[in-house]
Design a protein around this ligand. Structure first.
Ligand code: CP
Ligand code: NVA
Length: 306
């Protein structure tokens, strides 16, 4: 049962080609319209999603669960403590067993390798709901949000300021696929993953520096994220980022006039972004958060082939 077609795990974002990413974004925009008109079809009727959360979540958990419900399916939320994983059952065996009950697994894990193991032994699609290395669902929602606000993704320049973290890694992969120009400004020692940067450079879309003011020049979008991710143990790291890598009004003023501000949330006001920016007129963070719902519904429809 539940035979897995080729290449259907979404662990980084590199699994999707540009055609598939564009298709998911367009489907998400369509599903959003249908939902607003109360005209949704039960595209995932009788489908079940198992969600495993090793770490806390607001958006990922609520948007996946609500999305499954809105499309006529069902979602189960499981913490490792709910599963025999907490008593030593292996990820391998858990993957095989869940594959006999449900149609798709979404997992939020500390160590990206756990996801790779889950995906290797599951016979159904596995989606990364955030690991220490990648956050592909966030970037699908971000690309959708940019398309809604800027229309033509090909003409956009994105600037990422702050930590070269998991969200940034998936952003590079997404921009490389869609050929979106991306300028990253991070402190020395906080660069994104080396192999991921290589992909961005080979796609000729990526510039990496430690100069926020250079990165935001001509930018249509400025993005940042927390300086202390859930998997980071050293909160002292904030000192490396402040004040230079904070997105504030002065930095926003150096980008294009109609620049938009994005943040995957949760945000720490007055650390990575000032309150006047995130709560100001150029911020689209609430659209961005909402779009997690629509884009993940589109992703599930795409993966489950309905
Ligand atoms: N952006 C994001 O993934 O939020 P949560 O941690 O609340 O799921
Ligand atoms: N980089 C953040 C993203 C949270 C959605 C973290 O990993 O905690």
């Amino acid at each position: 049962m539940n035979k897995k077609p080729h290449n259907v795990n979404i662990l980084t974002l590199d699994e999707l080609d540009s055609k598939e990413i564009n298709h998911i974004i367009d489907l998400a925009i369509d599903l959003k319209k249908q939902q607003k008109k109360d005209k949704e079809k039960p595209l995932l009727q009788n489908k079940t999603l198992a969600m495993i959360f090793e770490k806390p979540s607001t958006r990922t958990r609520v948007s996946f669960e609500t999305g499954m419900f809105q499309l006529g399916g069902h979602a189960l939320t499981l913490s490792p403590n709910d599963l025999q994983l907490s008593r030593g059952e292996s990820i391998e065996d858990t993957a095989k067993v869940l594959s006999r009950y449900v149609n798709v697994i979404m997992a939020r894990v500390y160590d990206h390798k756990s996801l790779e193991t889950l995906a290797r032994y599951a016979s159904i699609p596995v989606i990364n709901g955030l690991s220490d290395s990648f956050h592909p669902c966030q970037i699908l929602a971000d690309l959708m949000t940019i398309k809604e606000h800027k229309k033509n993704l090909k003409k956009v320049k994105v600037a990422w300021i702050g930590d070269g973290n998991n969200v940034c890694n998936s952003l590079i992969l997404g921009c490389a696929k869609l050929k979106i120009k991306l300028a990253i400004a991070v402190p020395n020692g906080y660069e994104p993953d080396f192999d991921v940067m290589k992909i961005g450079k080979e796609a000729e879309i990526l510039e990496v520096s430690d100069e926020p003011e250079t990165a935001v020049q001509d930018a249509d979008v400025i993005m940042t994220d927390t300086f202390v991710s859930i998997h980071n143990t050293n909160s002292d790291r904030i000192k490396k980022f402040l004040p230079k890598f904070q997105v504030n009004q002065q930095l926003m003023n150096k980008a294009k006039k109609d620049v938009i501000f994005m943040h995957c949330l949760p945000a720490k006001r007055d650390q990575e972004v000032t309150a006047d920016v995130i709560d100001g007129p150029k911020s689209v963070v609430w659209d961005e958060a909402e779009n997690r719902l629509h884009v993940q519904k589109a992703l599930l429809v795409h993966l489950l082939g309905v």
